[in-house]
Design a protein. Structure first.
Length: 188
């Protein structure tokens, strides 16, 4: 029996440490805008990302806070900014480019932390067991719809608090005709 996989498109955003948030916005706590999957919240706060002479405005802050500040952009964003793209899973920030981040009350200059996130499938422990998935393994997912295609090398991320969802960036979403949410089938 085929397992339908919910798909979400993850637009450019950043995760901040509490210290960096305070420096950028002059307060301790973000203002909630809406709930996201995987127990995250989109904040009302946005920043401008600056690299050399180019910038991206209105980049959304996502929380809860992280131990390291991390900026997630698409390949198209990296090319536009002139940043050498580094494809990584969330949290793997060693030897990644830096960027200047400007908030409403201050700015910071990251030495590293900019990634193009690898496509990944979130799954809870129970979902992973039921689907015979292992953390960090690579799977294939067939995207349903008029621009259907098959994504290879989807990294499985297993954690008790996760919900079964495939996260694609905006470039990948555009390739298969999904702007916010869609459906796929696990092929492995």
């Amino acid at each position: 029996m085929e397992k339908i996989i919910p798909i979400e498109i993850s637009a450019r955003h950043l995760h901040l440490t509490q210290k960096d948030f305070e420096k950028l916005f002059g307060r301790r706590i973000p203002t909630p805008l809406r709930k996201l999957s995987q127990n995250q919240i989109a904040a009302k706060e946005t920043v401008e990302l600056i690299y050399k002479d180019k910038s991206l405005k209105n980049v959304r802050v996502v929380y809860p806070f992280r131990q390291k500040t991390q900026v997630e952009i698409s390949l198209t964003d990296a090319i536009y900014l002139g940043i050498k793209p580094v494809f990584r899973t969330s949290g793997d920030l060693e030897n990644t480019p830096g960027i200047e981040i400007v908030g409403s009350k201050g700015k910071i200059k990251l030495k590293s932390g900019v990634i193009v996130p690898l496509r990944h499938l979130h799954a809870s422990d129970k979902e992973a067991k039921k689907l015979r998935l292992k953390n960090k393994e690579k799977v294939r997912i067939k995207i349903l719809g008029k621009r259907g295609l098959i994504f290879e090398n989807v990294i499985v991320r297993v954690k008790r608090s996760f919900n079964l969802t495939l996260h694609l960036d905006t470039d990948e979403g555009n390739a298969c005709g999904i702007s916010k949410k869609g459906k796929g089938i696990l092929l492995n």
